[in-house]
Write a protein that binds this ligand. Sequence first.
Ligand code: COA
Length: 398
Amino acid sequence: MAASVLTFVRGFAWRPLCKIRRAQAVCLPSAHLHLTAAAMQVSQKDFEKAQEQLKLLKNDPGNEAKLKLYAFFKQATEGPCNAPKPGMLDFVKKAKWDAWNSLGSLSQDDARRKYAELVSSLVSAESADLKDTSPEEGKHDGYETLLVTTKNNITKIMFNRPDKKNAINQKMYREIMKALEEAGKNDSTIAVITGNGDYYSSGNDLNNFANIQPGEVEKMAKDAAVSLKEFVGHFIDFPKPLIAVVNGPAIGISVTVLGLCDVVYASDTATFHTPFSNLGQSPEGCSSYLFPKIMGVAKANEMLLFNKKLTAAEACAQGLVTEVFPHRTFQKEVWARLEAYASLPKNSLAVSKQLLRSLEKEKLHETNSRECEVLRERWLSDECANAIVSFFQKKSKL
Ligand code: COA
């Protein structure tokens, strides 16, 4: 079935339709039965103008619009469908025949008018899109800690606190969730997460634990567990392909949620470190379930229990990273590949991603809840408090 659908898409490519239209435009009949010569002249002119406008469209308007254009064109130039019905398995011809046949006895003049109206609406929609594109290549407004852009069917969510190694503070957690919600709903085909500067991300901003008054610790832990669960939930439920472009070292939660991304590309300068026990904490981001599954129990234990930092090559060998690129050519090679992915049929990608995720979704949410519960306890522990104090003491001694 997949092959047939592909044949349909290929067989109904955009440029060939323009060629068909040009060839057929030469054979337009010169007279119509029920119109005066003057009215016919205007209608014919609009029809021809619409054909010229159609050639100027920059974007493929999609199969549905192309089928309508085809049907109106055939009806306008040849009248009601008179071709023999193609066989069921000839998907392209059948779709075109169905579209033409569905117009029934629509008059040729009405078909010309409808063709011109459809072209005009496609042209206006495209120019509105162009106007909406800001000079900063589709930059989304309203973010302080992220740079979010949509271009070439890709929504890029870039951590943007390079002077803090892209540590994720409260605001950034909220903004990442908002960006994922937007990217999940907008027209982009894929979403990409990456970091600005030399780090991908140094994980949870340890200042999130600072300045907490003694009486507020329990509330802080409870609220943080609720936010973390919601944050990880956004990765579990993300409805389209989500690709991590790991441009440098990654620590903590920025590593664990990689298991929830669909593809992970890394620069050879990237490292992968989950120092939970150093910090008196415990794994999150569904890593307690996904990491043993991805890399095997023994390797996952080294990372999650004993803080082993992996190089990009090791992370790739263990299945956490899809492919590693030399840093010099990383951005160029990866973005060329992502742009090719983003030109694939977006609905097919989305349903396939959701199908794959659906097998595990319940288990992932269950794991997320359990991990957040354990962490809530950990954040109240002396071990955790001492580790945070020691991070800030080391800083103040420098
Ligand atoms: N939380 C809070 N601040 C962080 C941070 C984090 N996770 N990661 C980096 N920063 C801050 C540093 O405090 C420093 O701030 P300052 O300029 O105000 O002093 C700034 O980012 C640059 O980091 P710095 O430590 O000077 O750079 P470095 O190259 O020497 O070390 C790290 C980088 C990431 C190795 C080091 O900052 C670090 O260990 N951070 C903690 C990582 C961590 O434990 N994350 C939680 C995992 S669960």
